[in-house]
Every structure is written in C-alpha cells, then in structure tokens.
Design a protein around this ligand. Structure first.
Ligand code: NAD
Ligand code: ZN
Length: 250
C-alpha cells in the first residue's frame, strides 16, 4: 500500500475514533465485493439491461414484463449475496457506539443481512415488499419470489394488476419521509463517511455537502474520483472490503 494511502487511512481512522455521531452513506460500490455489480462495471448486467429503460417507471406502467425481465436477473444476484467485510465493519462500528445511522442507495438488503441494527434509511426504497399500482395491495417479497419462480410476470393476486417491488424507478419520486430522516441524521452527524458511491445521483449527492455545512468531517472511500471530492476532508481510493476493517480497528 502506498504511503499517501496509508496516511489517509490513518487520518480517517482518527476522525472516526474521535467522533460520536458517525453517519455512513453507502452506494452500490460497497456491494461489488459481494458479487453485485454497480452500474459502471463493464460487461455487467447494466450493459445488457439499460437501467434507464428497464428500470423506468413509465416503461413499467406500459410494459411490466420488461421490468420483471430485469428483476428476475437482479433477484438471482441479490438473493444469494452475502455481506462482505465492509458491511461487517459497520456492525463493528455500531458495537463501538459510534454509528448513528446508515443511509443507503442500495436495494440489496446486505446491511440488514450483516446485522446492522441502527436506523437504515433506504433512499431508493426497499425490495422487501411490493405493491400493486392498480389497487395498492401490499405483498411480502417471498410472495413475489414464489410467483417469479412459477411464471414470467408476477401479478396482483387481488386484481390481476401490475405489481412491482417498493424500490423506486427512474421517473419516480424519492420516499420523502426517508429523505427527510436522512437529512436530519446528516445534520446531526460529526463524521459523514461515504462508501462506494460515484455521488452522481441527486439529491443523494447533496448529503455530503449538508454534512460539511453542519460541521461534520467528510470521508469519501471509493475506487475512483467522485463528483463531491471537493467537500471531503479525507479521500481514500481503494476497495471497501479491504479498507473498512482497517478504519474501525481502534
Ligand atoms: P454508482 O454505480 O454510480 O457508483 C458506484 C461507485 O462505487 C463507483 O464510483 C465505483 O468506482 C465504486 N466502487 C465499485 N466497487 C468498489 C469497491 N469495491 N470499493 C469501493 N468503491 C467501489 O452507484 P451509486 O452511486 O450507488 O448510484 C447508482 C444507482 O445504482 C443507485 O441508484 C443504486 O440504487 C443503484 N444500484 C444499486 C445496487 C445495489 O443495491 N447493490 C447495484 C447496482 C445499482
Ligand atoms: Zn391489485
């Protein structure tokens, strides 16, 4: 490991150690080491299924079969995926009494699987439940997975209508209540740690700025540069699964 990188790891570890209200913000980069590709990796799922087409709300309303074609593939990846050392490091940080909450853009449930018990703000909704857009009946994930096994496109068992996971698609509004909760804990944080996000998508990418303006130290851990590097006090370029255990080892 290069000297500047080691220096940054040490600096970030000290900030975390001296903080009382750490808030972590995670993107798809924290889960790539669990076998779930992010939007960017070449040759991945997202090259085959352009998310702007297959994960688009207008498209879903017109043609739910396309949405379920993608979801079938996503489910195959997400169901067997296990938390990696980065997810587990957040449980360690929680046990040390430092971590106050996790804000995530992910829909893979790996923070829950890892055993995180702090509030988790799922900015893009949750795949644990599904809703019929025609009659608003709610379903559990298991009910939908059963249907997915049996046939191509799950439908509402009440009205035969269009059903989708409670994950927001492009052209759909963010869950306001969740966003407001995320903004509140960000404002109260004294350390805001971003893991594995390109910070391209708004309004999620405004959170590091809000944290900075509220007086928190901002740490960004990512493989490559992000859109918000200028607000960071420390930037670490590396793999989340390798770096995170080091950051919580104090
Ligand atoms: P993104 O794809 O825009 O950015 C991911 C970032 O993580 C990239 O900059 C990449 O360099 C970095 N990265 C990849 N592997 C890493 C690793 N091992 N360690 C550290 N950094 C790593 O993803 P985003 O910012 O989360 O936003 C895009 C959208 O992708 C979100 O809406 C999210 O809902 C969706 N998404 C979620 C999942 C998931 O739930 N796991 C998977 C794919 C996409
Ligand atoms: Zn219905």
């Amino acid at each position: 490991m290069s000297k500047p990188k080691m220096k940054n790891i040490k600096k970030a570890k000290n900030i975390i150690k001296n903080s009382e209200n750490v808030v972590v913000f995670t993107g798809s980069g924290i889960s790539t080491e669990s076998g779930i590709p992010d939007f960017r990796s070449p040759g991945g799922l997202w090259e085959k299924y352009d998310p702007y087409v297959y994960a688009n709300y207008d498209m879903f309303l017109k043609d739910p079969e396309k949405y379920w074609e993608l979801e079938r593939e996503v489910t195959k990846m997400v169901e067997p995926a296990l938390p990696n050392p980065a997810h587990k490091a957040l449980v360690t940080l929680e046990q040390k009494g430092k971590l106050k909450g996790i804000i995530t853009q992910n829909i893979d449930m790996l923070h829950q699987k890892a055993g995180s018990e702090v509030p988790i703000y799922e900015l893009h909704g949750s795949a644990m439940t599904a809703t019929c857009v025609d009659c608003e009946t709610k379903f559990k994930r298991e009910e939908i997975l059963e249907q997915l096994e049996e046939r191509k496109t799950p439908v509402c068992s009440e009205c035969d209508g269009r059903v989708k996971f409670d994950v927001i698609l492009f052209h759909e509004a963010l869950p306001m209540h969740t966003l407001m909760g995320a903004q509140e804990i960000t404002t109260d944080s004294d350390c805001f740690l971003v893991i594995g996000s390109s910070l391209v998508v708004s309004p999620a990418n405004q959170l590091p700025i809000l944290a900075k303006q509220s007086g928190a130290k901002v740490i960004i851990l990512n493989l490559e540069e992000t859109q918000m590097d200028e607000v960071a006090d420390v930037i670490i370029h590396g793999k989340a699964g390798e770096i995170m255990p080091k950051l919580v080892n104090f």
